[in-house]
Design a protein around this ligand. Structure first.
Ligand code: PMP
Ligand code: GLN
Length: 388
């Protein structure tokens, strides 16, 4: 029997991360593709998870999340950003940020509604909007600096007939950009003018390097009441497989996401929720050394790429650096990336995978630097073979 995949999911195929990690496994190449650390997060957190398992915290969590985690999220938003949220109606714990994003789209969009997002977009955005029956309207960021063209954002918003949501990601995957206050002010003005709900993906909120600052959109004047803020423990604590995420904001927006979330997975990961509550209480103590190491890795990888001839874009946060391979004579980074493991034992992601039109970013390559320094060093060594 041949059963076609539902039409709304057909365009998305298999994620580039699945494909490239499988390629790395098959070839034994260094995987600078999919963004996940190659070391565990703080032992304190894994110990807290083990303790929670042993203490019998193994049944369903309350739908909103276990109370200590909700309290820790409230305290984190207040301490880091001065945001006040309600621990009951203002927070929803989810299966990673991914489920928070999907729940928000399912809970907020009517079929045919439009969601504006900066592209290149993280790969789940298009699929989440499509699952909700919505239409993604991209606003394109372009290399080398991936600055937001506010006029283009205004044009897209003005031409959209049913724009309902602006789905924003900063620090931004895959570009590594951290949006400036001026850019955020422009975005906020568009949200207010077009009465858009802002859904902000802030999973890299703590992974921001010297000279940049993460500013949640919800902290801008008039934005708290129209912003659903999403984050996750995966990146802050190097525990991407735990998939403990959350959204927070005004009760009406949290209720919309919760309405969908309760029927996607209801509530789980109970012992891990307890452990993340423990970590989040002192998030900055855990994230400061991680961020310092990531910054050093970024610098090493970027200089290695430059030495071989890539044109490297600046990265202010996240796990990722983008490099234009055009100076090396590359015309199609997608096929080049698929051959790279055989050539030099390295996996990277073609940035075009994150653009609606793959012609944008055709020669760009995304490298993840969330790996041990010796792995970055080895990768830089392998890259030098490209010069020969
Ligand atoms: N948003 C962005 C921008 C990401 O890079 C990722 C990948 N980690 C996610 C969301 C998904 O987060 P999670 O693993 O918590 O679902
Ligand atoms: N966020 C990770 C990245 O961008 C991948 C997550 C995933 O595999 N879905 O590389």
């Amino acid at each position: 029997m041949s059963v076609p995949i539902a039409r709304r999911l057909r365009p998305f195929g298999t994620t580039i991360f699945t494909e490239m990690s499988a390629l790395a496994l098959r070839t034994g190449a260094i995987n600078l593709g999919q963004g996940f650390p190659d070391t565990d997060g703080p032992a304190e957190l894994t110990e807290a998870a083990a303790a929670a398992l042993r203490e019998g915290r193994n049944q369903y969590a309350p739908l909103a999340g276990v109370p200590p985690l909700r309290a820790a999220i409230v305290a984190h938003q207040r301490r880091c950003y001065g945001l006040e949220i309600d621990p009951d109606d203002g927070v929803q714990v989810t299966f990673g940020a991914t489920e928070a994003i999907a729940s928000a789209m399912l809970g907020l969009l009517e079929p045919g509604d439009e969601a504006i997002a900066l592209e290149p977009t993280y790969d789940s955005y298009g699929a989440a909007v499509a699952m909700a029956g919505g239409v993604l309207r991209p606003v394109t960021l372009r290399a080398p600096d991936f600055a937001l063209d506010l006029d283009e954002l205004r044009r897209v918003a003005a031409s959209a007939r049913r724009a309902r949501v602006l789905l924003l990601n900063s620090p931004h995957n895959p570009t590594g950009r951290v949006l400036t206050r001026a850019e955020l002010e422009g975005i906020a003005a568009v949200c207010v003018e077009h009465d858009l709900v802002a859904v902000t993906d802030e999973v890299y909120e703590h992974l921001v390097f010297e000279g940049a600052k993460h500013i949640p959109l919800a902290t801008l004047p008039g934005m708290a009441q129209r912003t659903l803020t999403i984050s996750s423990a995966g990146k802050s604590f190097s525990l991407t497989g735990w998939k403990i995420g959350w959204c927070s904001g005004p009760p009406e927006l949290v209720a919309a996401a919760r309405a969908a979330k309760q029927f996607l997975t209801f509530a789980g990961g109970t012992p891990l929720q307890h452990a993340v509550a423990h970590g989040l209480a002192e998030a900055e103590r855990h994230t400061a050394p991680l961020t310092a190491q990531l910054q050093a890795n970024r610098d090493r990888l970027a200089s290695g790429l430059e030495a071989v001839g890539f044109a490297v874009s600046p990265t202010q946060g996240t796990y990722f650096v983008n490099a234009d391979a055009a100076p090396l004579g590359v015309t199609d980074a997608a096929s080049w990336c698929r051959e790279l493991p055989q050539r030099i034992g390295l996996v990277a992601i073609p940035t075009s995978a994150f653009y609606a039109d793959p012609a944008d970013g055709r020669t760009l390559v995304r490298f993840a630097f969330c790996k041990r320094p010796e792995v970055i060093e080895e990768a830089v060594g392998r890259l030098t073979r490209l010069a020969g």
